[in-house]
Design a protein around this ligand. Sequence first.
Ligand SMILES: O=c1[nH]c(=O)c2[nH]c(=O)[nH]c2[nH]1
Length: 287
Amino acid sequence: MTVRLGANRYGKAETRLVHVVRDGPVHHLKDVNVSTSLSGDMEAAHLTGDNSAVLPTDTQKNTVYVFARRHGVGEIEEFALRLARHFVAAQHSIHHARVAIEEYGWTRTGPHSFVRDGGEVRTCVVHHDRDGRTTVLSGLKDLVLLNSTGSEFHGFITDEYTTLQPATDRVLATAVTAQWRHTSADGSAFAKSYGEVRRCLLDAFAQTHSLSLQQTLYAMGERALTTCPEICEVRLSLPNKHHFAVDLSPFGLDNDNEVFHAADRPYGLIEGGVLREDAPDAGFAWE
Ligand SMILES: O=c1[nH]c(=O)c2[nH]c(=O)[nH]c2[nH]1
């Protein structure tokens, strides 16, 4: 029997970097988590232990810190592009770089004081290869949203196992994970674009009278794509964070959608993409 090496990549996961920019007495903060992943001529490394093509993951981590010092972080997409392009340009053996970054927000409370923002995290994933192909995904995760009305779910299949009652007024809650693909790696003003797409997701969630979370998902993606011309595809992962009205009749009380049990698990998980009809091929963007 013969075997061969399959797809592989390697890198330093979760380099935590906090960059303080000292602008006189006023400081600025960037708090990020950087994961680099490289691939290329790695046959010998796996087959014979010859490491001559391997840029150590420790070096990848150091590069993250040095680049922050030299160039600053800026928008996470720009930092990821700078790193990815560097790894591919600097090493013959590296054909492809993937750089994923999470950013944790801080709000200023004083010239050099900050309070960490709530759960929401900004994300990006950049790919760059030696043929000059580059893709940029921007995104967010842990954006927790709730509509206390304006949500229904009925008309679904019922079989011998169905106990779910049709709902004409329910709580709809989710923790959004969203990623959107930029048509071009260069075209986007990433900070502005991020703010606009985020606003579209929030507005579409709030303004859609929902007959299902699937319908809300599509509305969110559609709103972002029709508002933001620089992006061509949106993928969403929406857990349905069920809120069950508690039966208070044993206590002689009614409960007209006022008191809920916020269930932890299991949860529905609704996932899907929305893309422009003319979206260019995604290539390796989602890998
Ligand atoms: O919005 C919903 N979509 C479903 O597919 C589903 N299934 C379910 O039990 N509740 C819901 N809610």
